[in-house]
Design a protein around this ligand. Structure first.
Ligand code: ADP
Ligand code: MG
Length: 662
């Protein structure tokens, strides 16, 4: 079934759907609501905390204009023989639809003293029984009602959906069948059935996810014949001794763990988990050195070109007194340059290759690859994990991630890897001074901005959105105007956001690093580890919109120098939660607190990429389901691995996809 075949979808709509990431029939019907509005007819007396008022219109509607862009409609409604005054803001255009005597349903709040109901929404029918309305995350091109119509048109088509839950488990749990569950998600009749549908779909997603992790773990234990290595500890020690600093005890432990992995018969499959700035990189470099001593080649990958370049420079720097040959393979090289690098790699003329994960898709052949390192592992999905391992002759694999997550989650999400934690930061680091401010106190912040600018320092500013799409949220473009105004257009301001081309984003980041801008205003895209040592201040607007772990990562952009650094969290809401950041600098502690304080929000904002980008599951909210799915998928794996999933076709497909990316 093609999207175009569904009535209501023309070329314009097709475009709008694509913007939401909907490009196929299946993507359409599995684009689930993010919330539901439950409408229940209430008695007027129970409406003081908000609810639904049902009645008949009893007077002609009148429009009152307050100022430009602000008006309200007012009329009387008879609800069960109670006459109530209705006010509804900015709906002047509905006036002609409001006829005396017709049925009406209003959503809002009742003020008993004034006998006035302030409505936020209106329906031109009489609500007689409970109604559950789905609400979707859409963009300005599509209205909720239009989307719902399209979904309804799609759901009446004849279609099939792949069900990933093995039949015996569906029976055990008495799950709804998948098609039915998907229909209920969009057209729930009761809260109970909605709950059942959700549970089933969440379980399915987590089952597939944990299956993949279990499968990787399993593969690591069977395919783990490791490379022959003869580690010279003395030489590694003298390398460490000539570093400009002493390793912290966590760094030393991580190095030891890596050396043990090298020495053991098992292949290394290790994750270094540590806060931004905790010093993971040097540990990785020591691993590179040890690998070099064994005469193996290595590849190191970062999520962006700019980060890859940063690593390339740092590696050349640290190994400047050693005869280690390095190369940087990135998209912007000419074809000729690429060909040269590739042939050098094949002929063992390069010891360490640095690049983005795009090097996975290049037809690269190593002479004797011994070690693969991936930085910012949380940016890659589970599928990529396996393809790294399959590159070359079963190299040892080391991952690094700066997303501190509570230990319980780490065990589930990274269950296929061994982990080294780096908890303590190098000595002498000044913590970033963090201050929560209300919008009304913005003058204090601007004062500090001026101080920092006078000292020649640079500043990051973060806003939740790019353009104005609501009155409550700051946006990047408007902030640029405001700051230009505040500083009389004399400071240079760069703007960065996710809708820009990757090459443009990198250029802007680079320009900021090279001090072409004093201030960089952006959405959260700056979060990936770029080093701008001269930046001493970050201001985050609508801080309440972000998880504490995300905020902590954002503030890790500053404080990379010997100056005092500042983080201002601007918010009029929820100061208790944000105060955790004022008092702590420990990413692991912060992520635990985030988990405790944040109900349904996504703690994993930075983490939900790649395979962890779930349609419906939420790792935090659905943790119990995750644990059960993990257990079930392990058992399923054990029972079918010998037959190579012969009777579970879907799963042999999943596995072949995981292997294929090689
Ligand atoms: P991460 O990759 O974990 O975010 P980095 O490895 O980039 O952190 O380390 C941040 C900075 O700290 C680097 O400039 C690095 O040289 C320095 N550093 C690392 N380990 C130590 C240490 N033990 N003592 C002092 N400085 C260190
Ligand atoms: Mg790093």
């Amino acid at each position: 079934m093609q999207l175009e075949q569904i009535s209501g979808i023309g070329p314009k709509m097709l475009e709008n759907l694509a913007k939401l990431g909907i490009n196929s029939f299946e993507e359409l019907i599995t684009y689930y609501p993010y919330k539901y509005l439950v409408l229940r007819p209430n008695s007027i007396y129970s409406l003081e905390n908000g609810g639904v008022l049902v009645g008949k219109i009893d007077s002609i509607a009148r429009v009152v204009y307050i100022k430009k862009n602000l008006n309200y409609l007012t009329f009387r409604v008879n609800s069960n023989n109670n006459l109530v005054k209705i006010i509804i803001f900015n709906r002047a255009f509905l006036k002609s639809k409001l006829k005396i005597g017709s049925d009406i349903t209003l959503i809002g709040k009742y003020d008993k003293q004034k006998n006035t109901f302030t409505a936020s929404d209106i329906r031109f029918y009489k609500l007689t029984k409970t109604l559950i309305e789905p609400k979707y995350h859409l963009n300005s091109g599509i209205k909720n009602n239009n989307f719902l119509k399209i979904i309804n048109n799609a759901l009446v088509q004849n279609f099939d959906l792949v069900d990933y839950i093995p039949v015996y488990l569906s029976k055990t749990y008495n799950f709804l069948d998948k098609k039915n569950a998907v229909k209920i998600m969009h057209k729930p009749l009761t809260s109970a059935s909605l709950k059942q549908a959700k549970l089933r779909l969440i379980y399915e997603e987590l089952f597939v996810f944990t299956f993949k992790i279990n499968y990787l773990k399993f593969k690591n234990t069977i395919n783990s014949s490791s490379l022959k290595r003869d580690i010279d500890c003395e030489q590694i020690k003298s390398f460490i001794d000539q570093l400009p600093f002493a390793l912290t005890s966590d760094q030393t432990t991580a190095v030891e763990e890596i050396i043990n992995d090298f020495n053991s018969k098992k292949r290394m499959n290790r994750l270094i988990l540590g806060d931004v700035g905790s010093g993971k990189t040097i540990v990785a470099f020591i691993a590179l050195y040890a690998n070099y001593l064994n005469s193996y080649q290595a590849a190191m990958m970062a999520p962006t070109e700019i980060l890859a370049k940063q690593h390339y420079e740092a590696i050349n720097n640290i190994f400047s007194n050693y005869n280690i040959k390095t190369a940087l393979l990135i998209g912007s090289l000419t074809k000729k340059e690429k060909v040269k690098i590739k042939s050098d790699i094949l002929n063992n003329k390069i010891d360490i290759l640095i690049g983005t994960h795009a090097i996975l898709s290049e037809d690269l052949e190593f002479k004797n690859l011994g070690l693969v390192i991936t930085d910012e592992q949380h940016r890659f999905g589970v599928n990529q994990r396996s393809c790294l391992q399959n590159k070359g002759q079963k190299p040892d694999v080391l991952y690094m991630s700066a997303t501190p997550i509570p230990r319980t989650y780490a065990l589930s999400l990274y269950g296929d890897m061994d982990t080294s934690l780096i908890k303590t930061k190098p000595k002498g680091r000044k913590p970033v001074k963090t201050i929560v401010k209300k919008n009304a106190e913005i003058k204090d912040v601007l004062h500090q901005v001026l101080e920092q600018l006078k000292m020649g320092h640079q500043i990051y500013i973060v806003a939740p959105t790019i353009d104005q799409n609501s009155n409550e949220l700051e946006n990047v473009n408007q902030l640029k105007e405001k700051f230009n105004k505040a500083f009389n257009n004399i400071v240079k301001i760069g703007v960065l956001h996710g809708k820009q081309q990757p090459s443009l984003k990198e250029q802007i980041m680079l320009d900021f690093k090279n001090k072409k801008y004093n201030i960089l205003i952006s959405t959260t895209v700056i979060e990936v580890g770029i080093d701008v040592e001269n930046a001493t201040m970050i201001i985050i607007f609508n801080a309440e919109r972000f998880g504490l772990a995300t905020l902590h990562q954002l503030r890790g952009r500053v404080g990379r120098n010997s100056f005092d650094s500042f983080c201002y969290l601007i918010s009029d809401q929820n100061p208790e939660r944000l105060k955790v950041l004022e008092s702590s600098n420990d990413g692991f502690y912060i992520s635990e607190q985030d988990f405790k304080l944040r109900g349904e929000g996504d703690l994993f904002g930075t983490l939900q990429s790649g395979d962890m980008n779930f349609k419906i599951a939420n790792l935090q909210r659905d943790y119990k389901i995750l644990i059960q799915a993990k257990k079930d998928s392990l058992e399923f794996l054990k029972n079918n691995i010998e037959s190579n999933f012969k009777n579970e076709k879907i799963y042999s497909n999943i596995i072949s996809k995981m292997d294929l990316i090689d």
